[in-house]
Design a protein around this ligand. Structure first.
Ligand SMILES: [Zn+2]
Length: 197
């Protein structure tokens, strides 16, 4: 009844498993399997390593699934954004290229397209938005006029007497030259020499 409890041990030399009396733990004794001297130490229970390994695997799987799910969400969002952009009403009003907000500081200038009117004349059609928070008097927009072959025909000027802050100004200007076929908005004072202040 007074016997010491046996505990599972492992040999540091051969890795074999054997039982030894709990009171002998820490002593050096010959291994019953290989005969070499080994410190009597407790065998690490199998369960102790198996569960953390499984947990590590599952944690990795969970992280991977989360990362993949996040990437998928970002992809779908981007796609939805692109679709929404394409279907936005009014987008067809301007030509392929987006409005240029760098051409004239404080204004967003759409590409200008050529339209044939019912009267047979050519019209320059586009849009300028005053993105500043103040009104402007006598705003001017200059644009290069070219024929169907891209040959320059001259410079046209549009003006707006009063341009309110945030106002979206859609213009449709009759161009006297019947050969006019394309228009490109020009930055202000583009005739001035480059590098002038
Ligand atoms: Zn051994």
């Amino acid at each position: 009844m007074n016997r010491t409890k046996n505990v599972p041990g492992v040999c540091a030399q051969c890795g074999g498993h054997f039982d030894f009396a709990a009171e002998h733990i820490g002593l050096v004794a010959p291994c019953p399997l290989c005969g070499r001297e080994t410190e009597l130490q407790l065998a690490t229970p199998e369960i102790g390593t198996a569960i953390p390994r499984r947990m590590v695997v599952w944690t990795l799987v969970t992280v991977l699934v989360l990362v993949a799910g996040f990437a998928l969400c970002v992809l779908l969002l981007k796609r939805a954004e692109r679709l929404a952009d394409q279907n936005r009403p009014g987008r067809r009003a301007t030509v392929d290229a987006p409005a240029n907000s760098n051409l004239i500081p404080g204004y967003s200038v759409s590409p200008i397209r050529a339209e044939k009117g019912a009267d047979g004349a050519v019209y320059a059609v586009g849009e300028v938005v005053n993105t500043r928070n103040q009104a402007v008097e006598n705003f001017e927009l200059q644009f290069q006029i070219a024929d169907a072959d891209g040959k320059p025909l001259g410079v046209g000027t549009l003006s707006r007497k009063h341009f309110a802050p945030g106002e979206r100004w859609t213009f449709r200007e009759r161009i006297p030259n019947p050969r006019a076929a394309s228009f490109v908005a020009l930055p202000p004072n583009s005739a001035a020499p480059a590098g002038s202040p």
